[in-house]
Design a protein around this ligand. Sequence first.
Ligand SMILES: [Zn+2]
Length: 69
Amino acid sequence: MPADVCPSCGKPMTKGFLVAESFVEGAKWMTEKTRLARGGEVLFKPDGWGNVYMDAYRCNGCRRVFLQY
Ligand SMILES: [Zn+2]
């Protein structure tokens, strides 16, 4: 299946970025919440301005975002 087709509904998705702001570690993966969000595996590091740009595909119909790291 091409990466730009929604695996749920099969319609084309829009390529873009999910953007977050972080001046410390960036965006991390965790299987459960921790105090002060310590720990986890950094998947996306912030740029010099503290912005985290995550490569993603978005399906408007399903309201889902699929991330690539
Ligand atoms: Zn969809």
